[in-house]
Design a protein around this ligand. Sequence first.
Ligand code: MOS
Length: 742
Amino acid sequence: MNTTVKMDAPFARSLLDDAPRPIVGTPQGRVDGPRKVSGQARYAAEHFPDGLAHGVLLRAPVGKGRVTRFDAAAAEAMPGVLSVVTDPRLIRNGGDFAGAAAPVQGVEEIAYFGQPIGIVVAESFEQARAAALAVTIACEAQDGVFDMMAALETAEPPTDDIFGLFLIHTEQGDVDAAMHAAAATVDAVWTTPSQSHAAMEPHAAVAMWEGDRLTLDASYQSPVTSRDQLATVLGIAADKVRIRSPFVGGGFGGKLGLMPEAAAAAIAAQQIGRPVKIAMPRQTVFETTGRRPATHQRVRLGADQNGRLTAIAHETITDQLAGEVFFEPAGIATHLLYAGDNRMVDHKVVRVNKLLAVSMRAPGEAAGQLALECAIDELAERLELDPVELRLRNEPARHPELDIPFSSRALADCLRIGADRFGWASRNEVPGGMRDGEWLVGHGMAASARGNLFGPSNARVAIGADGRVLIETEMTDIGTGTYTVLSQIAADLLGVPIERIDVRLGDTDAPRSAGSGGSWGAATAGSAVYAACSKLRAILANSAGVPVESATLAEGMLVAGDVRRPLAKLVGDGLVAQGSVAPGASNERFSQAAYGAHFCEVRVHAVTGETRVARWNSVFAAGRILNTKTATSQAIGGVVFGIGAALTEELVHDARNGKLVNRDLGEYHVPAHADIPAIDVLFLDERDHAANPLMVKGVGELGTCGSGAALANAIYNATRIRVRDFPITLDKLLPNLPDPAH
Ligand code: MOS
């Protein structure tokens, strides 16, 4: 039995608000936690089928060119070597918005340094790795484009708007005229570098063929999307491929689309007739999966004397391989964050010979708000206005470009409450004016916004004769808490304790979901579980002979007036229902986004330029919060991502060939524990009636949006130095630090 919920109109009421003793909205520990800490949660690389062989990728030694000689004779003679595979189906990359389209292929043509061009398969990983070093690969190197900043004049509009989501170019009014007439203006360029997702779990795939059917244990955020891409690459029907990703050790977008290890394992396993594992070493993950693209962003702002914005223009340029659809939509939040009559947002792409650019946590907003929210801070300074007040004065009543209402928008509350929690009123108001010994102390803030996305999703929920509940969906848990929040939803809707609920995730044989991406996971998979549970409630009420509206389900009982029936009696031999959700008019009629505000204190060493983050408060409004513990964890992780972007994270490409210079966690600097202070996170109590029947919005990426800008603004406040070239490493501060003698 299937039941579909369509987002055609706002939901007046959610069944979640009727639960007598709700556990939705409370802090719940992860239901999968015990399996993880006891090593029973098996990740992709931890599968060892009988006859398993190991593959190592051979990779291009030039940044652009052609393979002219490939000699594997010596390698093939080495101990344990089973095969050296070159196959035109070996992909250079997956692309994450490619849908089921075939990822770009290439073995002879090299598009970037490190591109996979072959696979060495051996009895052991060590034998494969040793043999890989013995393969002779000769290439004819060609001139490539390895530096976006040196090729800005080649920037062109993206080829596709990717589902119409990103609004490549919008324009209204006359920005130039408004800039001329403005009382205060900002016109500057911000740049952000390539970054790596740096998920804890490296990419891995174990491929097994049975006849013409392939099973792949892999680590993907959206197994169905990856399955369809893999089937296209292999030239077989999608229903011949099964991908299982029950546990994913972090993704952040790096596991959203098919990556080279999956196609390589499948091709090699087919060739040798045995299961093959390809577990990427960390450096291979850095060099062959994906990166957040670099950006060049010009922001122009104009305001009248009262701090009302009259002009907003955000022109962005990012870099990407030729032929790829994805681009960094860095202007995406600029469409809706502030009021202002004269506006322009533009996106262009420079085609480069660098590792594939893909989505990375808050694609668009994360990089875009590093520029926009710093520009707003600069404007506030020119207007001699509190940056919180400037933002409050420019709160739009409706979407300023589309002229549609916001579904829910509590940015102003986030700003006011955040300022209060942080003690913004007693901040250092004079840039460079506060000092504690050798430390310059500064305070900064920024707003946060992340679009709320939705996609079709399905889930199956069964109640067994024993009263246990089983939830099945292809949806994944990438560390976000999916297992837990889906359990909570079913627990409240079916009146069953959370301990009696089992969840199976990450299998393409289960009902198709929207996967984990774009912060839409809880909303989509959760709504599908909601739909299935509503159906089950109707069946149960019918069996009890009562109207479903009058029935309450709690503690394994259905109660309606005088009627009290144990669930176990009503389910008989067991019940099952499938729930589906689909986008509808509500997604078009309302501008849906989650909002927040960050406030922080930094200390910059007056002699060394070292920046320490001292204090942090963030306030978010993202609709109903399903689990305050896992959501807070997401928010903190997001802020840490923003701190990394502001201070340390930068992929360095060799300007001669695009090769990644810092391709491991020793040289690519993500923040460590000692870099991060206690981060205070508050979620406001909000319901988004237009978003979905749960009334939730996404939280996974929200913390990343604006947080880096808050930090950059605090560094300015401490030092009087505006660094617009991220990350703000100490070499960029040192030349302009105040003389320590004074
Ligand atoms: Mo996300 S960057 O859609 O995993």
